[in-house]
Design a protein around this ligand. Sequence first.
Ligand code: 6PG
Length: 243
Amino acid sequence: MSDRTIDTYSDLAALSAAARQALIDLITSTVAERGVFRIALAGGSTPKRLYELLATAEIPWAQLQLFWGDERNVPPDHAESNYRMVREALLDPAQVPAASVCPPPINVASPEQTALAYESRLREAFGDEPFPRWDLALQGMGDDAHTASLFPETAALEETERWFVANWVPKFDAYRLTLTAPAICSARNIWFLVAGEKKREALRHVWEGPHNPSRYPSQSIEPRAGSLRWFLTEDADPRPRPS
Ligand code: 6PG
């Protein structure tokens, strides 16, 4: 279990408000220092409120590059699309310039083609680095301890070279597209947003259980040279409650 910063909040609204301010601060300092901020966005439902709150913030969108940490193998206008969720919550309301937005180029018929094309795009953006040096990799976590689309006992968990892959997920009988663990761990900052008591047992295993990332994939996310921060709702926190 690495050093980690843990902050807990009464509910998702409070968590999202705190994450919004933390993200504004990180974007501001990063852009001031390096002129650009590259983020791998999380999908699912937890970060949606954060994205909605970010839409009303003063953000130098032209200095940001928005990527997706994972995506479903569906068209960008599909109800299950992470791109669509971010477009509706953030991109459209904030009028984020298209030049700052880089979703995976989904080709439903060939998820491997999508993965190869997106990996090339990421390598263009990050240059000749062994893995993408995200300014922030934003992660969610499922109640099975998956993160991104790194699901338990799936092939992508074994990948050590590729940055972005197509991952067959038996529980969905479908492909997902996802960053690999090394391509997340290379981030300067990794933030997990985890809400709801349904996640508590999984988080207990991730933090306190035997090291078994194949069964608990979020255990594979340890920053190689960066910081790890957890934003939790109180009901997702497995630590003993102060009396
Ligand atoms: C996705 C996500 C995934 C998500 C977790 C948690 O595409 O679904 O990237 O990793 O973060 O499944 O999902 P919720 O936030 O909806 O609980």
